[in-house]
Design a protein around this ligand. Structure first.
Ligand code: ADP
Ligand code: ZN
Ligand code: ZN
Length: 746
């Protein structure tokens, strides 16, 4: 093997596009956790692959699909093995994507081979052909009559979805919106719609004229964005929930689309918010979605169509940022603070950071929108890296809800709910309003506890308590998924004095149902909302606006609007503000404001109650009295003082093993090469190894070491030295990983 082939810093070496005859060796990126590239020989008569084309190669008695990176004159390796097949005439990864791969490998210190393959859709990774095929789709027929479907509301909804989309929709999009094939077949039976194979064609955009007249703040924001369509610029659109951010995105997109270019919109979640997609489709008559529920083949087709410029509007979750485009003109990241934009496994990239990297490379603007921007983003705004536009009003005059703390010190709680809270819920229901009760924990109770011996039900495989669930009654581990029967007596002392401690959504639901038996009650959490269609049906009930109760986890905070909700009650704010993770307060504040933002959209002003045992916590107090600005200022000061991001970059090493000592030893071995000079004068601080907060999961022991640098370049230098000397990330019973800019440190 060529000695340089282990070099991660594979700067773009110019590759002759018409290869000389003697260059018969190619350097290949292979998806193995090895920090090196591999050389292969092209058999006589086989055409040389373009850089970025896929090749099939032998590897350790297997066959793998790799990506050819360059042609080289000679390999130092004795006898490079022969390439089995060149899979692509054109590169699978075009120059921009190869450049992106190199950036990812350098920044996240991740093997280039794995990065290259991570940039390809699954099907392409397995060697599927990169040709654009026809798409199974449905279209409306001339006689389609929504009025005739009065007693078939789902069919009618499907018909309207087709109509809103301009008459045609891919079968996958319909399925994703909850319209199954049976339903469409029923429409076909009536002669209202038909199935057809949509040939590859460029999407046609029909711009519905917006009847929205932007207010002054929106107009200023839009003008700022549109002034930068020909260059890189980062815009932070900081606007309260309902202030019309999406309307600004839509109009900015409209201008970029009118110039013939493509646009990318990243959202935290699509599956639960079909209305987001519907809104884009209603405006432009086109928008394709990329999300985890797509089949591999569909995903590949979307990828190819974006790359070919056929699809013009892509709306997707995190990984959509890895899509190639023929002519991208604008990137929008909605809810830019959302933790889901950070990949937590494998190649641990931040889609937000990547969006900035790509926008800079392409010379296009990026718009980050949020009601509660990430503290990093606010910091970037302060230092002038982002241009900030603020939206402080809700169009239509609806006012923002007022926040109030309910001091529950010394109060008797019933199933976690204070007297004040229950009385307020009753008052709002009596006044004809709806109330939303937020508790970020599913199940009935987080702890099953023996009052005789203090035993607690714990998971056999994890260092975690089991959560008590009802209907069916069982204990569940929320970390490994293990289920167990609820013991009738304490397994430790045989006492029957077992009690459920703490509150989850099921318990809150039960308590409220008991107190308000005549009010419709809807619970929304991961256990109740497995189907988007069912969720939509339930939400339709709420949309009627009659008095109703909603209980749920953060799933309530994502995207849905509840115009008739006049009271938001937050059962437990303290766990967020007092948690050990430095990012927990930021997460808690964003969640509270997001849930609060669900209320008071209409003419009725909303009210938000926050139960707390620590009402004088300065961070919570800043939030309640001064809003997110005051909170962010307080919290950024804390971060600066603590030497935490965004003021100092961090990276987290994690190791796990069945033997806890082995995991610790591995972490010590990993940081050993950092040497004294790096830790000198505070350039780099190393904490650990320490047990991870959840120190055992599924039978494996987890430890971590945190690295903090004074400056980014110090961190990079340290990590380069570290990974160069590190053993493979999986070997034997050990595994380790590196997370640059981790979202969770606990
Ligand atoms: P956000 O994305 O900030 O939550 P939206 O863009 O969804 O806000 O706007 C909230 C509601 O206000 C939507 O129903 C939208 O159509 C409406 N809206 C937005 N801008 C205006 C405007 N300038 N005038 C009237 N209504 C508006
Ligand atoms: Zn006991
Ligand atoms: Zn478990």
């Amino acid at each position: 093997m060529h000695p340089d082939s282990s070099d991660q810093d594979t700067r773009a070496t110019p590759v002759p596009s018409a290869p000389q005859i003697e260059a018969r060796i190619i350097r290949v990126a292979i998806p193995r956790p090895l920090r090196r590239l591999f050389d292969y020989e092209l058999p006589v008569g086989m055409r040389a692959p373009e850089p970025g084309a896929r090749v099939r190669v032998p590897f350790a008695s297997r066959e793998l699909v790799g990506v050819a990176l360059e042609l080289i004159q000679a390999s130092d390796h004795d006898e490079p093995k022969a390439v089995l097949e060149v899979l692509d005439d054109e590169p699978a990864l075009e120059p921009e994507m190869l450049e992106l791969a190199r950036w990812l490998a350098r920044y996240y210190h991740y093997p280039l081979g794995e990065v290259c393959l991570a940039l390809l859709p699954n099907a392409a990774r397995r060697g599927a052909s990169l040709t654009i095929t026809t798409t199974p789709a449905w279209r409306l027929l001339a006689g389609a009559d929504a009025a005739a479907l009065g007693r078939a509301p789902r069919q009618r909804a499907a018909l309207e979805a087709l109509r809103d989309a301009g008459g045609e929709l891919a079968a996958s999009d319909l399925r994703q919106a909850g319209f199954q094939r049976d339903l469409l077949l029923a429409l076909a039976e009536r002669g209202f719609a038909e199935e057809f194979d949509q040939p590859p064609h460029a999407a046609t955009l029909q711009r519905a004229a917006s009847d929205v007249r932007l207010n002054a703040e929106q107009r200023a924001a839009l003008e700022r964005i549109l002034a930068t369509t020909d260059r890189f610029a980062a815009h932070l659109l900081y606007g309260i929930t309902g202030s019309g951010k999406t309307e600004v995105y839509l109009q900015a997109l409209s201008a970029v689309l009118a110039a013939g270019r493509q646009v990318l919109v990243l959202v935290p979640e699509i599956a639960l918010t079909p209305q987001t997609l519907a809104r884009f489709r209603a405006r432009f008559g086109h928008a394709v979605a990329l999300h985890s529920q797509l089949a591999d083949g569909e995903r590949l087709q979307t990828w190819l169509r974006c790359r070919a410029g056929l699809d013009r509007i892509l709306i997707g979750t995190r990984s959509a940022i890895l899509t190639p485009f023929a002519d991208l003109g604008l990137i929008v990241i909605d809810e830019e603070h959302d933790p889901s934009f950070k990949q937590a496994e494998g190649l641990r990239y931040s889609a937000r950071d990547l969006a900035l990297v790509r926008a800079r490379e392409l010379g296009i603007p990026v718009v980050l929108g949020s009601a509660t921007p990430a503290l990093e983003s606010l910091h970037n705004a302060r230092t002038g890296r982002y241009a900030v536009s603020r939206l402080t009003e809700r169009p239509g005059g609806a006012s923002s809800p007022a926040l109030r703390i309910v001091d529950i010190r010394g109060q008797r709680l019933e199933h976690g709910l204070s007297e004040t809270l229950r009385a307020e819920v009753g008052r709002h229901l009596d006044a004809g309003g709806q109330a939303l009760v937020f508790i970020n924990r599913r199940g009935y109770a987080p702890v099953l506890f023996c009052t005789s011996c203090r035993w607690q039900a714990g998971c056999a495989h994890c260092d975690a308590r089991q959560t008590l669930h009802q209907r069916p009654t069982e204990l569940r581990c929320h970390h490994c998924g293990a289920r167990a029967r609820v013991p009738r007596a304490c397994p430790n002392c045989n006492s029957t004095a077992l009690v459920a401690v703490g509150t989850g959504t099921q318990r809150t639901e039960e308590a409220l149902a008991e107190q308000f038996p005549d009010v419709p009650l809807l619970r929304i959490d991961r256990d109740t909302t497995r189907s988007a269609a069912r969720l939509e049906a339930q939400l339709a009930t709420i949309a009627k606006g009659e008095p109703a109760l909603l209980v749920g986890t953060q799933m309530l905070a994502k995207g849905h609007h509840f115009p008739a909700v006049t009271l938001v009650a937050i059962v437990d704010a303290d766990s967020g503000f007092l948690a050990a993770d430095y990012r927990a307060p930021e997460r808690a504040a964003a969640l509270i404001l997001q849930v609060a933002g669900r209320a008071g959209r209409a003419e009725r002003p909303g009210e938000v109650l926050i139960q707390s045992l620590h009402p004088d916590n300065p961070v919570l107090d800043a939030l309640v009295t001064g809003g997110y600005d005051a909170f962010a200022a307080t919290e950024l000061a804390n971060r600066e003082q603590g030497g935490l991001p965004p003021f100092a970059p961090i990276a987290l090493l994690r190791a796990d093993a069945t033997d806890p000592r082995a995991a610790q030893a591995l972490l010590r071995q990993l940081v050993a090469p950092l040497g004294a000079e790096l830790t000198a004068d505070d350039r780099l601080t190393v904490w650990g190894p320490a047990p991870a907060p959840l120190s055992r999961v599924s039978g494996r022991h987890r430890f971590q070491t945190l690295l903090r640098a004074r400056e980014r370049r110090h961190l990079h230098r340290a990590l380069t030295a570290l990974v160069a000397a590190a053993p493979p990330s999986r070997h034997g019973k050990l595994s380790w990983s590196l997370d640059v800019d981790p979202y969770d440190t606990y």
